[in-house]
Design a protein around this ligand. Structure first.
Ligand code: URA
Length: 235
């Protein structure tokens, strides 16, 4: 692979920026500053330092973001800050996008990647990847919700949902809900169909990957490849 392509893909800089770094002798391969963008490197085996940073090659990057309210799950937005703007420079690279959406006022786990094939599979309704939410309700939850959600309820517009699981907590206005699809505003619409209203929503798990409790709101961390393997695991 060309070093300028490698630098752009792995760090998110432009090819022009990569050329400028090469000119300043700031791209070093196996201890030797690179003299031109068309030098070829072996991403798996060469030791590559770009702008003083040792680059560990990854074909794809997987990121966990603890999304704060007020940001939108989009690559670009004219009006609101996007989740991509919260990615720190060391995790930026070309082609990142949020795999799945949370509403602007929802907090919690957003999965960001540049792996289109994995995102496609993860988002496919046939994959049945579980999503778990902490839900704060306007009114106390009723015992009857258990059966209602488990039976696969119909929401507004006549859309039928797959069976979902509700978990009650000590606070009757706080429940956890596990769904395995991703219809538009699904949790809010399910609660409305049950005669209640969501006042706060946070996603705390996708498949077998829980939101890291140590990850502060608005922060990101890399999801390691061995954790990605848990995506399709049930909890
Ligand atoms: N369901 C919703 O209603 N909103 C979200 O952000 C996610 C799931």
């Amino acid at each position: 692979m060309r070093i300028d392509k490698f630098a752009a893909e792995q760090t998110g800089i432009s090819r022009a920026d990569a050329k400028a770094l090469i000119k300043r002798r700031q791209i070093i391969v196996n201890g030797v500053p690179v003299s031109s963008g068309d030098v070829h490197v072996d991403p798996e085996n060469d030791e590559i330092i770009i702008g003083g940073k040792h680059i560990i090659y990854r074909e794809h990057l997987y990121i966990m973001l603890n999304k704060p309210a007020g940001t939108v799950c989009a690559v670009k937005d004219e009006l609101s800050p996007t989740v991509l703007e919260l990615i720190p420079p060391e995790l930026r690279r070309k082609g990142l996008f949020p795999a799945g959406r949370l509403d602007k006022d929802t907090e919690g786990f957003v999965f960001i990647t540049d792996d289109g094939a994995l995102a496609h599979k993860m988002l496919s309704p046939r994959s049945h990847v579980e999503k778990e939410y902490e839900v704060t309700l306007e009114k106390p939850a009723k015992e009857s919700y258990k059966e209602l959600f488990a039976s696969g309820m119909t929401i507004d517009g006549g859309e039928k949902c797959l069976p979902a699981e509700i978990i009650f907590t000590e606070d009757s206005k706080k429940v956890r809900l596990i769904i395995c699809e991703g219809k538009y505003h699904q949790v809010k619409r399910m609660m409305e169909a049950a005669g209640n209203k969501v006042v706060f929503l946070r996603r705390i798990r996708i498949g077998g990957i829980p939101l890291d409790p140590e990850l502060p709101l608005g922060n990101c961390r890399e999801i390691l490849h061995k954790e990605v393997a848990n995506l399709y695991a049930k909890q």
